[in-house]
Design a protein around this ligand. Structure first.
Ligand code: KG4
Ligand code: ZN
Length: 341
């Protein structure tokens, strides 16, 4: 089954064709990140405008690269939640037009379910169940992936998502946007013990919190500036990254131990972080459990992951009609739009 995936939930306009949820036939991404970087973060209206300009060409290129016409597809899958609403609506509306004009099934895909599916593209042998930490710019979940379309959230952030914390710290340290790769790069030269940073406590056993950590970095930088001292930027970036990756890998480890998971995985933009990948691998090795990491190029937003998940949603009968809408937020457990329940 050949599925076209369309993704437009944030600042990437993406389209891809994936066969049977596992084989990438084509994957095209147009990003407005460079323009967004001028503003230090994503400006929703700019994102929507860039999607509307790029989407036709991006979809055409994905079909061309796959050597297919729209008529040869089996389904059109699209991210319908969660994300920036104006951005989501561009992809949803385009997918609707294409699906109905070509007479194909329209398959709504939850963005975070898509991130999980990036693992199926990287590891052909991977099958649920497994435990997955999904860490992106907007979300931070520890999820039990019970089946391809069955999820249970065990823990989440009580404030900022990990990626958001990286982005805010990068802004404080003048490292630019997106913050994750910039902080990781600066940290390469730094001592992770340079600054003692707090470990935030949360009530929920598998929940995390990053706002206190982010504020601690902000206060350190401000205090140094007021005293006329220079901040050891590599040291602060390394201390921050070390703390975040400790918290994330420890929570995943705790959840794996207590649920008896046989396999753990990472997904989402923050899964590209090398230190997080290494700590997760070390933790899994110690416990004798399997670990699955997405290929780095599939960690950030892309449409191949949406097409892959679209295959499994289609198999489960989760299709939509011409009334499909976009939703800024929707729990990962939900199988479809709120009004369908
Ligand atoms: O999944 P994603 O591409 O978009 C969302 O769905 O939010 O995640 C983007 C987030 C950004 O906050 C970015 O700073 C972070 O992932 N990120 C990283 C790294 N690469 C991207 N965070 C830490 N280390 C990285 N290497
Ligand atoms: Zn994402």
């Amino acid at each position: 089954m050949k599925v076209l995936g369309i993704e437009s939930s944030c600042d990437e306009t993406a389209a891809a064709v994936v066969e049977d949820g596992r084989r990438i036939c084509s994957s095209v991404i147009a990003s407005s990140v460079e323009e967004q970087a001028l503003y230090g973060g994503v400006v929703p209206e700019i994102a929507s405008r860039r999607h509307i300009e790029s989407i036709s060409a991006v979809v055409r290129m994905a079909l061309e690269e796959a050597g297919l016409s729209a008529g040869e597809l089996d389904a059109v899958a699209v991210t319908y939640a969660p994300g920036l609403i104006g951005a989501l609506l561009v992809g949803v509306n385009f997918a609707k037009g294409l699906a109905f004009s070509a007479g194909k099934a329209l398959v709504p895909v939850h963005h975070l379910r898509g991130h999980v599916a990036s693992l199926y593209l990287t590891h052909p042998q991977l099958r649920p169940p497994f435990l997955c930490l999904i860490a992106s710019g907007g979300h931070n979940h520890i999820v039990e992936v019970q089946g391809y379309t069955r999820f249970r959230v065990l823990g989440r952030t009580v404030d900022d998502a990990a990626g958001e914390a990286f982005d805010k710290v990068a802004r404080t340290l003048g490292l630019g946007y997106p913050g994750g790769p910039a902080v990781a790069k600066a940290a390469e030269e730094g001592d992770p013990a340079a600054y003692p940073l707090p470990t935030p406590h949360t009530q929920g056993r598998y929940d995390v919190s990053f706002s206190g950590l982010k504020t601690a970095v902000l206060n350190l930088a401000n205090r140094a500036q007021m005293k006329g001292e220079t901040v050891n930027i590599p040291g602060l970036a390394a201390s921050f990254q070390n703390k975040v990756t400790d918290i994330l890998s420890e929570k995943l480890c705790l959840a794996a131990g207590e649920t008896g998971a046989r396999a753990v995985a990472l997904a989402g933009g923050v899964a590209a972080n090398i230190q997080l990948r290494e700590k997760t691998q070390a933790m899994a090795r110690e416990r004798g459990i399997e670990v699955f990491l997405p290929e780095t190029t599939l960690c950030g937003d892309n449409a191949a992951m949406i097409a892959a998940q679209g295959y499994y949603e289609r198999q489960a009968g989760h299709t939509a009609d011409a009334t499909l809408n976009g939703y800024a937020s929707l729990p990962i457990e939900e199988d479809g739009p709120p009004q369908a329940r």
